[in-house]
Design a protein around this ligand. Structure first.
Ligand SMILES: NC(=O)c1ccc[n+]([C@@H]2O[C@H](COP(=O)([O-])OP(=O)(O)OC[C@H]3O[C@@H](n4cnc5c(N)ncnc54)[C@H](OP(=O)(O)O)[C@@H]3O)[C@@H](O)[C@H]2O)c1
Length: 189
């Protein structure tokens, strides 16, 4: 049974935006490549700010690594008041009441700490933490948004050696701005 259909109903979705050549960040951490306008893809869809906001309300909790956390703070905190868990071995000052810091076993984090409280859990980076979640079989769905740009160098989306495995394509959405969102669920175990 796919993990997303477990009795508790919780689903861990790994969401990342990648360049065409498989990078999620530039060496200098600039995110300008995410906004680079390309040619309009006429057959694509676009969503309104209201639709985007309504969708974000369906996310119960975010999980991120400490380097992504640092960058998110610099960018102006895109996760609002949604509960957020930052995985880190370091001590951090409390920046917002919605943020908790976690150090320890990741399976315990998901199964014991998060699953009883949250259904729709979004793992939003970075590469290191996503890699670890995948290695541990803690990801139920992958939502990969591919940006219409080659970066040439940077931080690889899936850098290390992951166990081979099939994923089921569930949905494809092409946007007018040339971004393509690919949704996969974990194959039956
Ligand atoms: N394009 C996208 O969609 C996207 C999404 C997210 C992030 N990013 C980018 O990716 C970069 C950050 O990614 P990253 O791979 O360098 O770092 P990361 O995964 O965000 O954070 C790594 C840190 O998380 C903590 N950590 C990871 N696994 C752990 C574990 N098993 N136990 C305890 N702590 C653990 C450690 O923190 P401590 O060192 O504090 O112990 C580790 O140094 C940034 O440039 C960010 O902007 C891009």
């Amino acid at each position: 049974m796919p993990r997303s259909e477990t009795a508790r109903g919780r689903c861990v979705t790994l969401h990342m935006v990648s360049s065409l050549d498989g990078f999620i960040a530039k060496k200098n951490n600039s995110v300008s490549w995410l906004d680079t306008p390309g040619s309009v893809y006429e057959a694509g869809v676009s969503i309104s700010q209201q639709e985007a906001a309504d969708f974000l309300k369906t996310i119960d909790c975010y999980v991120l690594g400490s380097r992504t956390y640092e960058h998110a703070l610099e960018l102006g905190w895109p996760y609002g008041d949604t509960p957020t868990v930052v995985v880190t071995g370091r001590k951090w000052p409390s920046a917002r009441t919605s943020i908790e810091f976690y150090s320890g076993d990741l399976k315990t984090l998901v199964d014991v700490k998060l699953a009883p409280r949250y259904g729709n859990i979004w793992l939003v980076g970075g590469a290191m933490l996503c890699q670890r979640f995948l290695e541990l079989g803690l990801v139920d769905e992958i939502k990969l948004t591919v940006a219409p740009v080659l970066l040439g160098e940077g931080l690889r989306l899936f850098g290390g050696s992951l166990a081979a495995g099939r994923w089921n394509l569930k949905n494809v959405v092409a946007y007018k701005n040339g971004f393509v969102e690919l949704s996969y669920s974990a194959a039956t175990k």
